[in-house]
Design a protein around this ligand. Structure first.
Ligand SMILES: Cc1cc2nc3c(=O)[nH]c(=O)nc-3n(C[C@H](O)[C@H](O)[C@H](O)COP(=O)(O)OP(=O)(O)OC[C@H]3O[C@@H](n4cnc5c(N)ncnc54)[C@H](O)[C@@H]3O)c2cc1C
Length: 311
């Protein structure tokens, strides 16, 4: 109930403007977001990489309304990749980037899919030049087919492009089977949007069971699984599946979000696991923050406490 309310709030312009203006919001935002400009993302990435973890960076933004805004997002990614390369962070894919096709223009009324694909292609070219990889984030279920279509197109020229699959969608086990092929990078997460029962499992138990089934398909397959979860049970099961299917450390990875379970991130890295941190930065943090609050009541409590102390 609270989750649904927060996810609905994430789409409300009125609430967005109120939350963004709240004097306390900054302190809450900095817990989950690395900063507002390119240099903030690069600095946070450098700290994380030097602590033995890897990074994927997300320039926040998802409601791109016109082609110039989509091009501005693309240009920011080009700037980011150049800065990461200058800082020596892209070698071996230590720092890569995550892209939301909606931020690159996917939802524009005329030729949105093509505009997003063209912009993504330029980002992939820059990533290739910098020696790193790109992963396409997955958004709500109305975009899944289009995003997987873009993945296929991009992988023709840039085989290093990866995708995200969401275990809460009923279709995902089949998508995992399709994508568990050599060279294919798949980030498996539970899913963060408010989806109808017709397409998505609704209970935590069903989503967890689906996550395990999907993880098994990916670990048993020939691709490169990326298990994106903070759930200790899923992390344990992921490790056990890797052992069962004879996967060496480094032939799969764990991923967690910036600011969430940092000690667990370090523990896994210290045990020799590949651990990648998703680092969001930029001013368009509202939708991202609301999804993080929706995931965990203690995140909401943290937010309310901050309101109480400083508001
Ligand atoms: C790298 C990465 C990329 C992602 N990309 C996408 C994407 O493209 N599209 C998308 O829809 N979603 C994405 N997500 C979000 C994802 O779908 C989930 O909404 C989010 O990760 C929460 O699910 P969870 O698996 O962590 O477990 P949850 O079901 O939220 O939590 C399960 C358990 O994990 C532990 N836990 C969770 N959070 C914390 C915490 N803050 N502190 C301590 N323990 C905690 C608790 O024990 C909790 O009971 C991404 C997540 C990650 C990590």
């Amino acid at each position: 109930m609270l989750r649904q309310t927060l996810l609905q709030m994430s789409k409300s312009e009125r609430v967005r403007s109120a939350v963004q203006k709240a004097p306390v919001t900054r302190s809450v935002v900095t817990r989950f977001i690395a900063g507002s400009v390119t240099e903030d993302g690069v600095r946070a990435s450098s700290d994380i990489v030097h602590s033995g973890r890897l990074v994927t960076l997300d320039n926040l933004g998802e409601d791109t309304l016109d082609a110039p805004q989509a091009r501005a997002t693309r240009d920011e990614y080009l700037r980011l990749l150049a800065s990461l390369e200058d800082a020596g962070l892209t070698q071996g894919g230590r720092a890569e980037v995550s892209l939301k096709l909606s931020a690159l223009g996917q939802a524009l009324p005329v030729d949105g899919a093509q505009i997003a694909l063209d912009n993504a292609r330029e980002v992939c070219q820059a990533a290739e030049k910098a020696g790193t990889t790109v992963t396409l984030d997955m958004e709500d279920h109305t975009t899944t087919d289009e995003t997987l279509g873009a993945l296929l197109e991009l992988r023709r020229d840039f085989p290093f492009v990866g995708a995200v699959l969401q275990a809460y969608l009923r279709r995902t086990e089949a998508d995992c089977r399709d994508l568990a092929t050599a060279g294919s990078r798949v980030r498996l997460c539970k899913g963060a949007y408010d989806e109808p029962v017709s397409v998505a499992y609704q209970s935590r138990e069903e989503v967890d069971r689906s996550y395990v089934r999907c993880a098994r398909v990916l670990m048993a397959g020939d691709g490169y699984p990326m298990l994106a979860t903070h759930d200790p049970r899923m992390v344990d099961i992921g490790g056990a599946l890797a052992r069962r299917y004879g996967r060496a450390q480094g032939s799969y990875e764990f991923q967690m979000l910036f600011g969430i379970r940092p000690n667990e991130q370090r523990r896994l890295a210290a045990e020799g696991e590949t651990m990648r941190v998703y680092v969001p930065y930029g001013d368009e943090w509202y939708g991202y923050l609301m999804r993080r609050l929706a995931e965990r009541p203690t995140n909401v409590a943290f937010f309310l406490r901050a309101l109480d102390t400083k508001g």
